[in-house]
Design a protein around this ligand. Structure first.
Ligand SMILES: [Zn+2]
Length: 286
């Protein structure tokens, strides 16, 4: 723990950022615009959009943490592609916020997964963003543009002012589109997982479902892949959402962890699904 804390301190803001993602609970895409009268085909209704949860009390943004426990042994691996708005110079200096090997391993093992991407990450790695976004194995969801926190006092992250929360979410969708990602999902993961009533109120009109998790992998700054794998295997229950990272510089053992946990969870009878499938199976869906 001391080691982890010291490493996080040395690594600075990204440290706080990723530790935040992996230790707290973390969680949108703009709603699909309804077809206009001129574009709708009268005899054939538009296909339904991705499943979302019904709004929470008082119309607040709904928050999803895990799928049904009793129906089937399903589990969703989620990967936060973190990059903070002010980390461009570090990327220019050679720091890698991406993890192409992890994505290749998920493809090789045929593991469906949900990638919560920051808009800044999509700007930095547009080819990878498009590659992930166009592979039906994956779905791209929103992890904000800036990776700034939506509450005060969130693991040392800078804070998005309330009046810029919606535009921070929308700017991420714009960055995905610019990179060539089609149909990003209406799911939002709060940076650091930090949210409060004001943030849920502020995002209510965007139509997103906030997605947290119930299993913390602990992959942020971990150097012991076995320990992370154990934590995942000990934590997973039917319907679980596991949070991991797709950011090589700060989550360097994640690909190795995936190679361990995927075959073991399959041996235990689990089927890997995307978050959309868990939300679609939820009793609280819209
Ligand atoms: Zn994050």
């Amino acid at each position: 723990m001391i080691t982890l804390v010291r490493r996080a301190a040395v690594l600075g803001t990204l440290g706080a950022t990723l530790a935040a993602c992996g230790t707290a609970t973390e969680a949108p895409r703009a709603p699909r615009p309804a077809p206009t009268a001129s574009s709708a085909v009268p005899s054939r209704p538009a296909p339904p959009g991705p499943p979302t949860l019904a709004p929470g009390p008082a119309g607040l943004t709904p928050v999803f943490e895990h799928g049904p426990r009793a129906r089937e042994k399903t589990v969703a691996l989620t990967f936060d592609a973190d990059m903070t708005a002010d980390q461009g110079p570090r990327a220019a200096a050679g720091e890698r916020f991406d993890n192409p090997r992890l994505i290749a391993t998920l493809r090789r093992l045929k593991v469906p997964a949900t990638v919560f991407m920051t808009g800044r990450w999509a700007e930095q790695y547009p080819d990878q963003a498009r590659f992930i976004g166009r592979d039906p194995l994956f779905e791209v969801a929103n992890h904000s543009y800036s990776h700034y926190a939506y509450t005060d006092d969130c693991h040392g992250l800078p804070t998005v002012p309330k009046e810029r929360m919606r535009s921070d979410v929308e700017r991420a969708y714009a960055a995905f589109e610019k990179a060539g990602v089609r149909d990003a999902m209406p799911y939002f993961r709060f940076p650091g997982g930090c949210h409060d009533r004001a943030a849920l109120e502020e995002l209510a009109t965007t139509g997103v479902t906030a997605v947290q998790w119930d299993v913390v992998s602990g992959d942020a700054f971990a150097t012991d892949a076995d320990a992370v794998a154990r934590q995942v295997l000990d934590g997973v229950r039917p319907g679980s959402v596991v949070v991991m990272h797709c950011t090589r510089s700060a989550a360097p053992v994640t690909e190795e962890v995936v190679r361990t946990v995927v075959p073991e969870l399959r041996r235990r009878g689990y089927r890997f699904v995307k978050v959309s499938e868990l939300i679609g199976a939820s009793d609280d869906r819209r």
